[in-house]
Design a protein around this ligand. Structure first.
Ligand SMILES: *Cc1c(COP(=O)(O)O)cnc(C)c1O
Length: 394
């Protein structure tokens, strides 16, 4: 479908809304599965990136498992048709209710984040008379070289168990028949683009494996988490991340023993590029030396720029349609919410724009809709799927 046709459709839909390109999603899932399949790796999709039902349907059809961080996510995954044994449950603050729910559903694995949590899972499993499959999440002290808010694998982070704190964990795993030890889990952060970080992570996993083996704990599962990044600056040129490079890096650096399953929990890299946040310009506001494009989408729809100081590429789709003579101006693109942080871009070189123009905030398929809020009593943005758009034949 041409941009012109798509913009004509968008112009008739109330903004703001998320546009999910399911064709691109299917292609991304296929490419990821092919690249992982080469080494018999398994991908579990991290629901927290985007748990939209039609997105989940595509993920399930692609044959992936699900990685969840709340009881509601576990329920959503099972309702979407993922087999419970293909559903893993991570998170530092699992409630008793969530643990019981996951035990009853028969999930594939708890990724356990502390000794204290392991004790509670053991007790609840004993009470419910279910054996709990567990993997131990290690805090590997690997710096992901990404934004401090999405770094998880260093000492100051709340996630995982430090190597020196493992002794009581080993003891409980050995003692209890209500815990079925599967292996180790590691997730060091998100939007990681340097392959050296993943190399370093593999080296840490190799040594950690030896540590567990010396305790007589056999590892059948290596869960290396997610974190692979996407190119937010060039969504057109790189719509599908280089999964071949990612899995090859892992393959070349990770020691895998016979019979071991290697899992990944990819979120962002599978869904970020298939989503755009579509918004309209409400006002072209001149204020002293600056020009603000005040749009009808805000941080309540997409909080990433406010929270992580990230910039999403922004395009004026109406301009692309009209193909007017390009006159560049410097603009700030801001939302309507009463917060200075409600800003999508500062000092951006942008084509001359008018009230009513349709803009696309690109690469918004991951951690966009899921992190939305009702602050200022704003409505939730709706979702439009590419599969539902039919261009009428003339
Ligand atoms: C968020 C998260 C993921 C997914 O991370 P991405 O960067 O989106 O790939 C995977 N595993 C765990 C435990 C997570 O918390």
């Amino acid at each position: 479908m041409s941009t012109e046709d798509l913009v004509s459709v968008f112009e008739k839909i109330p903004t703001p809304f998320y546009y999910y390109n399911l064709d691109l999603l299917r292609e991304t899932l296929t490419r990821a599965q092919e690249a992982a399949g080469k080494y018999s790796y398994h991908i579990h999709y991290a629901l927290k990136a985007n748990a939209d039902k039609r997105v989940l349907e595509q993920v399930r059809k692609a044959g992936m498992g699900a990685d969840c961080v709340s009881g509601n996510e576990v329920e959503r995954a099972v309702a979407a048709g993922f087999h419970p044994s293909d559903v893993f449950f991570a998170g530092v603050g699992k409630t008793d209710h969530e643990i019981r729910l996951a035990l009853e559903k028969g999930i594939g694995c708890f990724n356990v984040e502390s000794f204290e949590e392991l004790q509670v899972i053991e007790q609840l499993a004993r009470e419910a008379e279910y054996v709990a499959p567990v993997a131990i999440r290690i805090n590997p002290r690997v710096d992901a070289h990404t934004h401090r808010h999405i770094t998880t694998g260093t000492e100051i982070n709340k996630f995982g168990i430090l190597e020196e704190d493992l002794q009581p964990v080993f003891a409980l795993l050995e003692k209890s028949s209500w815990l079925d030890f599967k292996g180790i889990h590691i997730h060091i952060g998100s939007q990681i683009t340097e392959m050296d970080v993943f190399r370093h992570m593999c080296e840490r996993v190799n040594t950690l494996q030896d540590l567990f083996l010396r305790q007589g704990l056999e590892i059948s599962l290596l869960d290396l988490g997610g974190g692979f990044g996407v190119d937010y600056n060039h969504p057109e040129e790189y719509p599908v991340p280089d999964f071949e490079m990612f899995f090859e890096t892992i393959h070349e650096n990770l020691n895998v023993h016979p019979g071991q399953h290697v899992h990944f929990e990819l979120g962002r890299s599978l869904v970020a590029q298939m989503g755009d946040l579509i918004t309209r310009i409400l006002y072209v506001k001149k204020s002293g030396p600056r020009t603000f494009l005040v749009v009808d989408a805000g941080m309540t729809d997409l909080i990433r720029p406010a929270l992580y100081e990230t910039e999403h590429k922004i395009e004026n789709l109406s301009w692309r349609k009209k193909r007017e003579e390009k006159k560049e101006i410097k603009v700030d693109v801001v939302g309507p919410v009463c917060e200075t942080a409600d800003t999508f871009a500062r000092n951006l070189d942008f084509p001359y724009s008018r009230r009513g123009d349709i803009l696309a905030i690109r690469s918004a398929g991951a951690y966009g809709q899921m992190m939305s809020s009702h602050y200022n009593l704003r409505n939730a943005a709706s979702v439009v799927y590419s599969d539902d758009i039919r261009i009428a034949k003339p």
